[in-house]
Unconditional design. Structure first.
Length: 123
């Protein structure tokens, strides 16, 4: 559980993400959105190269996109979102660039296709 929301992406390998709602199998072309303060676990199922973006709740509220990001979900990662995530980890330290890339990542989440890798947990 984290104070911040997070976007978990495996650039390589497969992971399984579990929340109280269910379980997702997450191959490299998918990412998992985990809202703030949500209990979750990530199990690595193969050699993995994982990237995690953390988003402050207050920042998300200012972006006026937080309503649709209140529940966990898995999305198909577009080419643009893929490159945006990797660009955030390329060692660049320009805060303006980082801010633009972060906003672009959130915007791409709203245009991303929902994934069908969800398995509900039994009651």
């Amino acid at each position: 559980m984290h104070r911040e929301a997070q976007l978990v992406f495996a650039a390589k390998g497969t992971m399984q993400v579990t929340t109280p709602k269910g379980r997702w199998l997450v191959p490299p072309d998918r990412a998992v959105w985990v809202p703030p303060r949500l209990e979750h676990s990530i199990d690595v199922l193969a050699d993995i190269e994982m990237r995690t973006l953390y988003f402050d709740s207050a920042w998300l509220a200012l972006e006026q996109r937080s309503d649709s990001l209140e529940v966990e979900f898995v999305v198909r990662v577009s080419r643009l979102l893929h490159e945006t995530i990797l660009a955030l980890f390329d060692g660049g330290t320009d805060p303006d660039r980082t801010g633009l890339l972060t906003r672009l990542a959130v915007l791409e989440l709203h245009h991303a296709e929902d994934s069908t890798t969800f398995i509900p947990l039994p009651p």
